[in-house]
Design a protein around this ligand. Structure first.
Ligand code: GLN
Length: 540
C-alpha cells in the first residue's frame, strides 16, 4: 500500500495493571482499522527481556515461538500482526532488550562512542528512536504501531517508554499513546475504575499522557464508569473504548469501529475521518459465526498448559474454517496413554482429522507415533507439521517398510535406522540461538501429488525451524515401501513434504501454520479440513 501521509504517525500501545490483556490483538486491530482506511502500517513489538530473540525460550511457558520470513524467531504477537494485517514482517518489527543492548555494546567495542560514557539516555534511547523511525521508513508507513511489551512500571520497559516520550516531544502532533487497561466488576455488578486511575497516574509520571483508553471488560461499561475514567485520567469520554470478551479475536476491529474508533483516532492526528472498508473482513467473520457444518480435529501430543504454544495452528484452522464456512472444534489430546497400549479408538474415534504439530526432544513421541499409525490404518485425514512429518516418516518406516526401531537421532541417538537425522549444515553448530534452519525456503512439489493438489502450485515458500531432516540414505527404501516424497528443497537434497499412497496423510517439514492469514488461509489447512469434512460425511 503506498504511503499517503507526508509524515509517519506513531502510536504507542501501553499495557497497564496486568499482563495478558491482549495488547497484541489490540495493536493488530488498530492496524487493521487503519489499513482498511488505506493507510500503510508498520507494526513493531518491543519485548524487554534480555534474550536476543525468543528462539531459546520454552513455548510452554512463554507461548509459541513465531518465525518470520527472514528467519527471525520472535514473540507470538508478531504472528497476530501478520494474521490480521496480511503483510510479511521481518527482524525490524521485533525489538528486544537483548537486541538493543547487544547493538550498543558492539558499537562501544568498535569505538562508536569514543571518549563518551555510554548511557541509557541519550545513547540507548537514541538507538530506540532511530530503530523505530528506520523501520517505519522501510515500510513506507503512514502509521507505525509500537506495542510495548509488559506493563507500565516494569523495570524492563522503562527506558523504552522514555524513548517514546522523547519521540513525542520531538515530533509534536505525530505521536499518540494508548493505554490498555482492565476493569474488574464486583459481584454486585459495579465496575471498579480505581486500578485504571492508579496505573494511568503511573504512566503520566513517566511523562507521557495516554489520549485514548481501551478497557478490557467482561461486562458492559456504563456511562458513569466512563465518566469516572475520563475525569481521573484526563481523557474525553468519547476516547474511552470497550474491548469485551469475544469468541473470535478477529472481531475486535469491528467492535472498536462500532464505537467510532477510527474517527476519534484520526481526529487526534488532525486527520479527516475516513470510512474504513471492513466489509470483506465482516463477511469472513459472518461465515465463522454461521457455520454450515462442524468437524472435530485432534492435535495429538503430550500436553500440559499449551494453547498458546500452538497459537498459529489454532488460528490457521480458524482461517481455513472461515473459508469453508465451517466450525472446527479443536482438542489437544494427550496421547501419552497410547504408549501403554491403550486402545487408540477409545481416545481418537470421535475425530475427523489428526494433526501432529512441531516439537523437540523425546517427550510424548511414542504416543504421537501411535496416533499417526491409527490415522493411517483407519484412513483418517492426517496433517504433520515439522516434527509431525518426521514422526510420520518414522511410523511408516517401522510399520510399513519393516525398519524395526527406526527413529530420529534426536529421540534415540542409537537407533539402528536413523530415518531422521541432523541436517548436514547443523553438524558443526554448537551455538543454540538462531542457528536452526530458519525462515522461508522454497519447496518444489511433485506433480499429481496431494500436496501439489492442495497448493495448486508447483513451487511454494513456507517457513522453517528445524535441525533434523529425513535421512536421504533411507528415502529410496521408504519410497519402495510406498511413501511419497511430494516436495523437496529447490536443490533436491531435503525432503520437504511426504504423503501416504492411500488416504489423505500429508506432512510438511515446514510450519505451514505460520503463513496462514484470515484473508489468505493456508492451502494445506484448507485441503486438510476438506478431507475432514469428507470423513465426517462418510462416518454419518
Ligand atoms: N525437533 C525437530 C527438528 O529440530 C522438529 C522441529 C520442529 O518441529 N519445529 O528438526
Amino acid at each position: 500500500m503506498p504511503k499517503k501521509l507526508s509524515k509517519t504517525k506513531y502510536i504507542f500501545i501501553l499495557g497497564s495493571i496486568m499482563s495478558g490483556l491482549g495488547k497484541g490483538i489490540l495493536s493488530s486491530s488498530i492496524g487493521k482499522i487503519l489499513q482498511s482506511c488505506d493507510f500503510s502500517i508498520c507494526p513493531i513489538k518491543f519485548d524487554g527481556y534480555l534474550n536476543v530473540d525468543c528462539g531459546t525460550m520454552n513455548p510452554l511457558r512463554h507461548g509459541e515461538v513465531f518465525v518470520l520470513e527472514d528467519g527471525t524467531e520472535c514473540d507470538m504477537d508478531l504472528g497476530t500482526y501478520e494474521r490480521f494485517l496480511n503483510i510479511s514482517l521481518n527482524s525490524q518489527n521485533s525489538i528486544t532488550g537483548g537486541k538493543l543492548f547487544k547493538k550498543i555494546i558492539e558499537k562501544e567495542r568498535a569505538g562508536g562512542y569514543l571518549g563518551k560514557d555510554v548511557q541509557f539516555v541519550p545513547h540507548l534511547t537514541n538507538e530506540i528512536k532511530s530503530w523505530i523511525k528506520k523501520a517505519a521508513e522501510d515500510f513506507s508507513a503512514d502509521f507505525c504501531l509500537v506495542e510495548v511489551g509488559g506493563t507500565v512500571g516494569d523495570l524492563e520497559n522503562g527506558y523504552f517508554i522514555e524513548a517514546a516520550r522523547q519521540l513525542a516531544q520531538e515530533q509534536k502532533g505525530d505521536v499518540l499513546f494508548i493505554q490498555l487497561t482492565y476493569i474488574p466488576f464486583l459481584s454486585s455488578g459495579e465496575a471498579k475504575t480505581k486500578p485504571t486511575q492508579h496505573s494511568n497516574r503511573l504512566i503520566t509520571s513517566l511523562g507521557v499522557h495516554p489520549e485514548i483508553i481501551i478497557c478490557r471488560t467482561e461486562e458492559k461499561l456504563n456511562k458513569e464508569a466512563k465518566e469516572k475514567i475520563s475525569l481521573y485520567c484526563n481523557v474525553e469520554p468519547d476516547c474511552i473504548f470497550e474491548d469485551p470478551k469475544l469468541e473470535y479475536l478477529y472481531e475486535l476491529p469491528l467492535v472498536l469501529e462500532k464505537q467510532g474508533f477510527s474517527s476519534i483516532l484520526l481526529k487526534k492526528f488532525n486527520l479527516e475521518p475516513v470510512q474504513p472498508k471492513l466489509d470483506n473482513w465482516k463477511k469472513i467473520l459472518d461465515r465463522l459465526a454461521n457455520p454450515t457444518q462442524t468437524v472435530d480435529v485432534a492435535i495429538t501430543g503430550k500436553y500440559t498448559a499449551v494453547v498458546d504454544a500452538y497459537a498459529s495452528i489454532k488460528e490457521a484452522l480458524v482461517h481455513a474454517s472461515a473459508k469453508l464456512g465451517i466450525k472446527t472444534k479443536v482438542d489437544f489430546v494427550d496421547t501419552e496413554g497410547l504408549e501403554n497400549n491403550k486402545d487408540p479408538n477409545q481416545l481418537l474415534q470421535k475425530y475427523n482429522g489428526i494433526i501432529v504439530p512441531g516439537g523437540f526432544g523425546s517427550r510424548g513421541v511414542e504416543g504421537k507415533i501411535k496416533s499417526i499409525e491409527w490415522a493411517r490404518i483407519n484412513s483418517i485425514p492426517f496433517l504433520g507439521l515439522c516434527f509431525g512429518m518426521q514422526l510420520m516418516v518414522i511410523e511408516y518406516a517401522r510399520n510399513v517398510a519393516g525398519l524395526k526401531n527406526a527413529n530420529s537421532t534426536e529421540v534415540d541417538p542409537n537407533t539402528p535406522h536413523p530415518v531422521v537425522d541432523l541436517l548436514p549444515s547443523q553438524k558443526k553448530i554448537t551455538q543454540k540461538g538462531g542457528t536452526m534452519r530458519l525462515g522461508s525456503w522454497e519447496c518444489i512439489l511433485k506433480k499429481g501429488t496431494k500436496a501439489a493438489l492442495a497448493y495448486s502450485k508447483e513451487r511454494v515458500f513456507e517457513r522453517h525451524r528445524h535441525r533434523y531432516e529425513v535421512n536421504n540414505a533411507y528415502t529410496e527404501i521408504l519410497e519402495k515401501a510406498g511413501l511419497i516424497f511430494s516436495g523437496t528443497s529447490a536443490d533436491g537434497t531435503i525432503m520437504e513434504m511426504a504423503e501416504w499412497p492411500t488416504g489423505w496423510g500429508v506432512a510438511t517439514q515446514a510450519h505451514a501454520e505460520f503463513t496462514s492469514r484470515l484473508e489468505q488461509p493456508s492451502a494445506l489447512f484448507v485441503a486438510f479440513l476438506e478431507e475432514c469434512l469428507k470423513n465426517k460425511k462418510a462416518k454419518s
